[in-house]
Ligand binder design. Structure first.
Ligand SMILES: [Zn+2]
Length: 219
């Protein structure tokens, strides 16, 4: 018996990316964003903290917001679809109800088909807060949790999105916009490409991004 891979076409879909901090969305699913836009998807990207308290010395306080704008534009996300909140880094749980209400407002304004966010047991306190509130707000949508392996102890690779060399290059280029974060090991092009190769090997494709299914609704 031959099994066929399910083919999902992103054209006409409205996808929302929930990024606790600037750069999480590109790290978790940058290649998928590039692929989805090429297929005609609409992408809304929501960042909850611009991490002003942790900007490295020598950079202005709004450095990460500037980098986020460049990175999301390089992936093809429209300026009007970039929503930036300035909650304090590491304290998103202090304002979780406010965040939930903002997410519900966004959900009611935009007809969202699919959500990408961190997994529920990501060990970064801001990531798990956004995952919990994201699930509350979008419980009636399909939700995939993206991989940030330096914060994942358990990550079930039960979904894959195959991507092309071009999509991987676009992810690397988007992350290159984060000039203030270049010393982080997970920002290196070698790491990004290697992980895409590993995830591709797992699903029989040249490159892929792995996801954990949080909700999957077939209509
Ligand atoms: Zn983060």
């Amino acid at each position: 018996m031959q099994y066929k891979k399910v083919n999902i076409d992103f054209s006409g879909k409205h996808i929302i990316i929930l990024a606790p901090h600037t750069d999480d969305g590109e790290l978790g699913c940058g290649a998928t964003i590039h692929k989805a836009i090429a297929q005609g998807a609409e992408i809304t990207y929501v960042a909850f903290s611009t991490v002003e308290e942790s900007v490295p010395d020598g950079f202005p306080k709004n450095q990460l917001e500037l980098e986020l704008k460049k990175a999301t534009a390089s992936l093809g996300i429209k300026e009007e679809n970039l929503i930036v909140f300035k909650y304090t880094v590491r304290k998103l749980n202090y304002v979780r109800q406010e965040i939930l209400e903002e997410l519900i407002r966004i959900r009611n304004e935009r007809k969202i088909d699919m959500v990408f966010m961190p997994v529920l047991d990501d060990i970064h306190q801001d990531h798990s807060t956004i995952a919990a509130e994201g699930l509350r707000a979008f419980k009636n949508s399909s939700i995939l949790g993206y991989e940030l392996m330096w914060n994942n102890i358990e990550f079930r690779t039960n979904a894959f999105i195959s991507v092309t060399e071009e999509d991987v290059q676009a992810k690397i280029a988007a992350l290159h916009c984060y000039e203030s974060q270049r010393s982080r090991p997970y920002m290196s092009p070698e790491f990004i490409r290697s992980l895409a190769t590993v995830r591709g090997v797992q699903c029989g494709k040249p490159f892929a991004e792995a996801f954990e299914i949080i909700r999957w609704i077939i209509s």
